[in-house]
Design a binder for this molecule. Structure first.
Ligand code: CP3
Length: 359
């Protein structure tokens, strides 16, 4: 099977020859080709160029043999389309200006134009041309809460003072921001989905709110995003990643997504219980969740860790040793690959997944 066939089979609970695998943030700073380009270009230059973005997207496919290519871009770029200024500053991280902190700020946001000319869409097309049918191609966007935290804060701050203040004093404005983002994200995803095999929503801050608050404040806009996306594109598989899936699992399990990408803090055996009500095609596809920190070990260490992770995962999905490969599982990391990962260890991970036959 080709990588693309494996990913599509897993998304449809069909049998696979070997388990499909890709890694979140696989197109990034740990790769020598990325580093060489990054030495000559700013991050914003790279995400603004179809040629550079295509080259970066394809590097992990060529050098690691992953089954899917996720388009090189960023969840924060759509804010530019809404009229905000976005920059990534060395040592500071992303900066959005002006931040959105009041109802008047929300009202000022520009109309969002979304068409095939977007760099991300052009890059998806160009990646497909380059990879042909061999590899699955994935698009993505941020979920409303995750994007709102960046918009409110304006810059990375682990304490998130402005977001906390808004949560306490003015939750209606937070809701207004997420409601404004929902149709934007849905249209942006649907535009990508025209040229992608699947798309993924990143809810990277799902652990920021207690579950009840998540359900009350953030879930409605997430549900609306998915509803509109489904209206625009009934067919392209949609995955939901959450950092903090354990926290939100009970309230997202009934969303109209095809699968859940889980972080490493929710073991697959527990994910099956809290996200998948029954066996067989009724359960959603699961993606994940090898601890990215473990990829920083030597290649030999990664092989051993990956083998025990794969055995445990197969068993959690109903395939104890000797019973073959489970369906409906796309192997991935629990969060993004870190910049200090040795490429040889990332390669060892991909090769170990592809060699695994559940003996
Ligand atoms: O997965 C991939 O390889 C595709 C590309 C991709 C990037 N960002 C490229 C990137 C994807 C899918 C993202 C998603 C993203 N961006 C998320 C959700 C996933 C997650 O990690 O939780 C978030 C929260 C962001 C926002 C973001 N982008 C931050 C906070 C930062 C700065 C911190 C950091 O990791 O550097 C970025 C920058 C960024 N996005 C880089 C890359 C390769 C590094 C830029 C550089 O070269 O300095």
């Amino acid at each position: 099977m080709t990588g693309r066939e494996r990913i599509l089979a897993a998304l449809n609970h069909q049998p696979v020859d070997v388990l499909p695998v890709w890694m979140m943030r696989q197109a990034g700073r740990y790769l020598p080709g990325y580093q060489a380009l990054r030495a000559r270009h700013s991050f914003m230059q790279m995400v603004s160029s179809v040629d550079l973005s295509t080259e970066i997207t394809v590097e992990p496919v060529d050098t690691l043999g992953v089954d899917a290519a996720i388009v090189f871009h960023d969840i924060l770029i759509p804010f530019e389309l809404l009229g905000l200024e976005l920059d990534f500053i060395e040592g500071v991280g992303p900066v959005l200006a002006p931040p959105i902190r009041t109802a008047a700020d929300v009202a000022r946001l520009g109309a969002f134009a979304c068409d095939d000319e977007l760099v991300v869409v052009q890059t998806l097309k160009s990646v497909r041309e380059k990879l042909g049918e061999q590899t699955a191609v994935l698009g993505f966007a941020g979920a409303p809460l995750t994007l709102a935290t960046y918009a409110v804060e304006g810059r990375s701050d682990k304490k998130r003072p402005h977001f906390r203040a808004m949560l306490r004093d003015d939750p209606d404005t937070l809701i207004a921001i997420m409601n404004l983002l929902a149709p934007v994200i849905a249209a942006y995803l649907a535009q990508q989905a025209r040229h992608a095999d699947a798309v993924q929503l990143f809810e990277s801050h799902a652990d920021l709110l207690p579950r009840e608050d998540y359900e009350r404040l953030a879930l409605p806009a997430l549900r609306e995003t998915i509803r509109i996306f489904r209206e625009l594109d009934p067919d392209t598989p949609l995955l939901l990643f959450a950092q903090g899936m354990r926290n939100i699992a009970p309230c997202v399990r009934d969303l109209a997504v095809n699968g859940f990408s889980i972080d490493q803090h929710l073991p697959l055996c527990e994910a099956v219980e809290c996200l998948c009500p029954g066996p067989g095609p009724g359960r959603p596809v699961l993606q994940g969740n090898f601890d990215p920190q473990k990829l920083c070990a030597t290649a030999n260490g990664v092989v051993q860790d990956a083998e025990s992770f794969l055995r445990a995962g197969a068993e959690a999905l109903g395939h104890p040793p000797g019973t073959g490969l489970p369906t409906g599982w796309i192997v991935n990391l629990g969060h993004g690959i870190t910049p200090k990962t040795p490429p040889a260890s990332a390669l060892a991970f991909v090769e170990t997944v592809h060699a695994f036959s559940n003996p």
